[in-house]
Design a protein around this ligand. Structure first.
Ligand SMILES: [Zn+2]
Length: 205
């Protein structure tokens, strides 16, 4: 793509580095910014730079935070002895959006994946086991992706904490709401049967 200005081209190249943004979309966004007031565009770029420079990660759960401890960890109305273990901050946001969980989180930063060179040491696992010990956690709920890497991670952590008096559970895996049974893969269908619920409980949720 030949552009008439190197300044324009640099901006387009920066936008095109974002996930899901191709060169054409990047150009559209940059041309849109060009039509805005200079002050609005300055606010836009300053906000992003400030976010990147100043954002912190909670020292306890590794969620994003404005301070040393995130708002969820600091909230005494939440069950601080219940930890939901997730891969990323996006998972925290997704679970929070359900408004069904009142415990805390622990963001691992990924899952164990030897093929991608990700071992337990690169993840926030040590801090999790330390937390469970220190905080006398009553239950941890694994909410990891249903795949081999997710299962490997659950197995690894479970082995490390099995001597502790902490209940270890995992979120149920099953047929998507609104999905059709016949199109579910065999693994999902098999797990749905294994993780079946009493109807009374099912109706309540
Ligand atoms: Zn936190």
């Amino acid at each position: 793509m030949q552009l008439p200005s190197s300044l324009l081209e640099n901006a387009v190249n920066e936008f095109a580095k974002l996930p899901g943004i191709g060169k054409k979309t990047a150009l559209r966004l940059v041309l849109h910014l060009l039509k805005q007031d200079v002050t609005d565009v300055t606010t836009f770029s300053d906000t992003i730079a400030k976010m990147r420079n100043e954002i912190k990660f909670c020292q306890r759960c590794f969620n994003v935070s404005d301070g040393d401890i995130c708002a969820i960890c600091a909230n005494s109305f939440r069950n601080q002895r219940l930890i939901c273990v997730v891969e990323t901050i996006r998972d925290v946001i997704a679970i929070e959006a359900t408004q069904q969980f009142s415990g805390t989180y622990h963001v691992l930063g990924g899952v164990i994946s030897p093929l991608d060179g990700i071992g337990p040491d690169q993840l926030n696992i040590e801090s999790l086991t330390h937390r469970i010990q220190q905080e006398q956690t009553e239950e941890i709920i694994f909410a990891l992706s249903p795949n081999i890497q997710g299962d490997t991670t659950i197995y690894y952590i479970q082995k490390k904490i099995q001597h502790l008096p902490c209940r270890v559970t995992t979120i149920a895996r099953g047929i998507a709401f609104g999905g059709e049974l016949e199109y579910a893969d065999e693994m999902t269908l098999a797990r749905s049967l294994a993780n079946r619920l009493p109807v009374q409980q099912y109706v309540k949720s």
